[in-house]
Design a protein. Sequence first.
Length: 354
Amino acid sequence: MRLGELVELAGGRWVPRLPEGRVVYAPPTLVEPGVDGGAATRAYFAGLAAVDFAEEGTAWLPAGRVLGDGNVLSADGELLARDVAPDFGKSFEQHWLLQRDWVRPPRKLPGGVVAVAVSHLGQTYAHWLLDEMPRLLALQATGDLARASVVLAHAGTALAGVAHRRLGIEGQVVAAGRSTHFEAGPLRVPSYVGRPGFPRLEGVAALRDFAAGLGRDARGRGEKIYVSRAGARRRRVVGEEALRAALEARGFVTVRLEECDWAEQIAIFQKAREVVAPHGAGLANLVFCAPGTRVLELFARDYVNPCYWRLAALGGLDYRPVVAEGLGELREERTAKGTDIAVEVGAVLAAVAG
């Protein structure tokens, strides 16, 4: 069931935030057509351009449970609010929670309002920034964050600490994860702003406003940046040395985001006007780019995840996918998400110049 239905059954209150509606993401720019004239890339993105959203809001539950990283249950633990319990690439029947024969007994949280913002995979930067932070900002906008004695969120990183202080959280931040199980009441549970991988303009605008001052005094890296994944364990660029040399000859500066604090990352993307990067979590920072910024995202052919295209479309960016050559269909094959990326340097340079 949906979060709103759980509210009704529990005798709680639903506070609307955004009405239901359809979003159609603007198509990407195709400059380097490839061997098939760009037909496969064009068709792939066109088929993913429209999404329908249900009404969004905040649930006021008299009592409930939170299992794992954001799965909201009824007070007796029998009902699951499916729209705030995603399990990527899985049907409801395959949800990890339904495969468990046993879960640990719940831990009772102290009295007072408990605000629930913790989001699935929020321990990773992209999901924390694009899924969890908009929920925290929604709680702040309604005043529920200020009223909360406990906030369930991902914690323990420097950037989370910066964000929580800037949000003015006065209650206790309790870290939730895959193995935690809490019961409490009353709960304040915001729906996602959009859905994971499907942002809405309101969430993008809220993040930009929140971070506007954070990058102001930090050092950027110039207007042309190449984001390297050389230090990553997967999804590296094959032959990156040649690509880096070609881009640097055209004025690009190579950055490794894992070496930057959050303010620096924000500043780098705020000040950039051209961004070239393989698909990866660092591209969540596109939310901070100025409209018109040119973005080239590099993909392996069997793992073309469109999440950052949607983000770029809402931000008014000039988004250009560069996909490894081939004649097969483009796919988002979950088992291939770690595949290294082999793109032609010429194709990248053509997209930069076009």
